[in-house]
Write a protein that binds this ligand. Structure first.
Ligand code: PRP
Length: 179
């Protein structure tokens, strides 16, 4: 059950417009910008973000999934990228929906960096600021509260991704075993 709306449609749209302007300016003279979305969570954010960027770009995706469908991310990340996607010599902008404990980005970035991009930057919609990353994203949509967030691409056990806003999920109370 959704407990409250954390970021509504209008707030998200306004922030993405601003991000799009900054990103367009930053890559104005690039000529070879690859916007690389981390599936699945980034798919709606990326779709809106690229439509707010007014310089030439290409779009691709990779998957980096943590195991399980629980509410706590595990330490393991599996990365999968189309072998035809070349990063070498290109300006790569990695797009993520959320930095939670930061493990996903910390594992992906060195792997992508080793593929020889001309530059590698990150744009993340939500950042929980629960950790300080070795490399912070250049662009952050919103600092996020320490709640379980769903909607606008974010899921709980694959549900809620389609919600047009970001909400906080009320989790069922943990039942402790009786002794
Ligand atoms: C979620 C989210 C981020 C990651 C953030 O992905 O989309 O990629 O967790 O958590 P972290 O900062 O603690 O690593 P998930 O593995 O659940 O896959 P999904 O994008 O398909 O939902």
């Amino acid at each position: 059950m959704i407990e409250r709306t954390v970021f509504d449609r209008a707030a998200i749209a306004a922030r993405i417009d601003a991000l799009g302007r900054e990103i367009s300016e930053y890559y104005r003279n690039s000529g070879d910008l690859l916007v690389l979305g981390v599936l699945k969570g980034s798919f709606i954010f990326l779709a809106d973000l690229v439509r707010s960027i007014d310089c030439p770009l290409r779009v691709d995706f990779l998957t980096a999934s943590s195991y399980g469908s629980g509410t706590v991310s595990s330490g393991e990340v599996v990365l999968s990228l189309d072998p035809r996607t070349k990063l070498s010599g290109r300006d790569v902008l990695l797009v993520e929906d959320i930095v939670d404990r930061g493990g996903t980005l910390e594992k992906i970035l060195p792997l992508l960096g080793a593929m020889g991009p001309k530059s590698l930057e990150v744009c993340v919609l939500l950042h929980k600021r629960s950790v300080v990353l070795e490399r912070e994203p250049r662009w952050v949509g919103f600092d996020a509260p320490p709640e379980f967030l769903v909607g606008y691409g974010l899921d709980h056990a694959e549900e809620y991704r389609h919600l047009p806003f970001i909400g906080s999920l009320k989790l069922p109370e943990m039942k402790l075993p009786k002794d």
